[in-house]
Design a protein around this ligand. Structure first.
Ligand SMILES: *[C@@H]1O[C@H](CO)[C@@H](O)[C@H](O)[C@H]1NC(C)=O
Ligand SMILES: *[C@@H]1O[C@H](CO)[C@@H](O)[C@H](O)[C@H]1NC(C)=O
Length: 151
């Protein structure tokens, strides 16, 4: 009798654990490298020739995690897959240089974040991102997406 009820509690606990981990998946997502490369190319109009730079940058900035938030030394925050600084967005409502809500930059729907990131890259170049400067500036470090992903 005791053993049965202990077992039920255990299952209930595990069930809750799975439910709660599922909920976070609704809002944020960790992409796989080739999955993301294809998505940026086919759905968000990223240039094929720049794709390996983007993937390298994203792996070092966010580990391909859309929900990532980091706080900088000066108190500003970086949001999402592209680690976009809060001067480009506004917390709670649309605003900033990209006229976007910061929280929307954490979404697994990349429409807002990809548009803003492309805009930053067009004006500042990849050097805007510290992760790119440190790890991706040397083209020998870029992933060969043709070999790895067939794209
Ligand atoms: C704060 O630091 C971040 C990261 O270094 C930088 O991108 C941002 O421009 C800085 N913000 C201000 C207001 O100085
Ligand atoms: C993603 O978001 C954009 C605008 O924010 C919207 O137009 C689009 O339908 C969304 N895509 C999906 C698959 O939900």
């Amino acid at each position: 009798m005791r053993a049965v009820s202990f077992g039920s509690w255990l299952w209930l606990g595990l069930g809750l654990l799975f439910i709660s981990s599922d909920f976070s998946v609704v809002f944020a997502k960790r992409f796989l490298r080739c999955e993301l490369a294809r998505k940026l190319l086919n759905q968000h109009g990223f240039e094929r020739s720049l794709l390996s730079n983007w993937i390298c940058l994203l792996e070092h900035e966010s580990d391909l995690e859309t929900g990532k938030i980091t706080t900088n030394v000066n108190g500003s925050r970086n949001y999402g897959l592209f680690q976009i600084n809060s001067r480009f967005c506004q917390e709670g409502r649309r605003g900033g240089i990209c006229n976007v809500k910061c929280e929307d930059l954490l979404d697994e729907n990349l429409t807002e974040s990809a548009t803003c990131a492309k805009r930053i890259q067009t004006s500042d170049g990849f050097r805007h991102w510290g992760g790119w400067q440190r790890y991706c500036r040397n083209t020998q470090n870029l992933p060969n997406l043709k070999v790895i992903c067939g794209i």
